[in-house]
Design a protein around this ligand. Structure first.
Ligand code: DAU
Length: 330
């Protein structure tokens, strides 16, 4: 399942392993030559600098982030610490260890929310609306500032909503798949007509590979696969693929400040770097459902006690309002 685009490159994976970090996801490559895992926090500048020097690292790709909007509504502090503070520490470490390139993995959410038409372009002004989005926008500003002030070779990529195997089931698609498997309610926020622009994780990774190897210094690239779907359509497709009917759908209290629509114009990366997505959404979604079906034990393990507490904190009251008294994930 895991395909290495560049098997001859040395890859050092630095991860502090918070709630969604899972070494099991990388077991298949854990013993392959040229791959190393280091458990470290990007906020620990000294440690990260030592790792960079020890391995002679040439490129940093900063995937590390608190990524879930709902969690940022409950508590914004970890988002400031990791997404802004962590990125700043990593930029400083990159300078100290003479890293050649710094690639920041960002998000379409830095642009805010769209009306019913149009798409975000790289020149769209940043207008983040959730604490998560604000932290990612701030990090992007630090990356750009280090490029302009210190001459650091940087690239920023901003991607739309990812889906595919191994995704932690706090996100819409895996959460709905697992609830549908169990015959539990599918908690759709508000009217469910919010639009997201879906991209398969492998298409995203191939775009990042091009950004690492071919992008000019200082560039910003939007990444998206032109797959806009209202949430309700995605949920209905999941019900179809799991053999469940629409009676499982529950419209629950909306996310505060919920962005209405995201859509990416990814013409620049297509034109300049020759990228194009390979995964069709309907096929990719069916494959994703099949992956979760085939990986029941993985799903059981990631939906640990901590996940159950999170689920109950996020959904119990909402489901009660929607008429469901007690329902737990397995
Ligand atoms: O757009 C890129 C972003 O996509 C990334 O930067 C974020 O890290 C990632 O979490 C994702 O943000 P979203 O907030 O769009 O993803 P999420 O899966 O949480 O929600 C997708 C849509 O589904 C959104 O409109 C909220 C809705 N939703 C989500 C959940 C979890 C529901 O209606 N019910 C739910 O239970």
């Amino acid at each position: 399942m895991i395909r290495r685009l560049r098997p001859d490159d040395l890859v050092v994976n630095v991860d502090v392993l918070t709630y969604a970090g899972n070494l099991e996801n990388l077991q298949a490559i854990s013993t392959t030559p040229g791959y190393h895992f280091v458990r470290a926090d990007i906020r620990d500048q000294e440690r990260v600098t030592a790792v960079l020097r020890q391995h002679g690292i040439e490129v940093i790709v900063n995937f590390a982030a608190e990524s879930h909007v709902d969690r940022s509504v409950t508590s914004a502090e970890p988002f400031l610490d990791t997404n802004v503070g962590g990125t700043l520490r990593l930029l400083e470490a990159a300078r100290t260890a003479n890293v050649k390139r710094f690639v920041q993995i960002s998000t379409d959410e830095v642009y805010g929310s769209l009306g019913s038409t149009g798409a975000f372009e790289e020149t769209t002004p940043m207008a983040p609306r959730s604490p998560y989005a604000a932290s990612k926008a701030a990090a992007d500003h630090f990356v750009a500032a280090f490029h302009h002030t210190h001459g650091l070779d940087t690239v920023i990529t901003r991607c739309s909503n990812n889906y595919g195997p191994y995704q932690f089931p706090e996100k819409l698609i895996p959460l709905m798949i697992l609830n549908a498997f169990d015959g539990n309610a599918l908690p759709v926020y508000g009217d469910g007509m919010q639009v997201r622009d879906w991209i398969h994780v492998e298409d995203h990774c191939e775009a990042i590979d091009l950004a690492v190897t071919r992008a000019p210094s200082g560039a910003v690239y939007n990444i998206g696969a032109e797959n806009e779907r209202p949430n309700l359509d995605v949920v209905r497709a999941i019900l179809n693929l799991t053999g469940r009917d629409e009676s499982l759908i529950r419209h629950v209290t909306d996310r505060p400040g919920h962005d209405r629509r995201y859509a990416m114009n990814a013409a620049r990366i297509r034109r300049e770097l020759g990228w194009s997505p390979r995964h069709d959404f309907e096929r990719g979604l069916a494959d994703t459902v099949a992956w979760y079906r085939a990986n029941g034990p993985w799903c059981e393990r990631v939906r640990s006690g901590a996940y159950r507490s999170y689920y109950s904190e996020q959904y119990a009251a909402r489901l009660r309002v929607a008429g469901i008294d007690s329902e737990d994930v397995r």
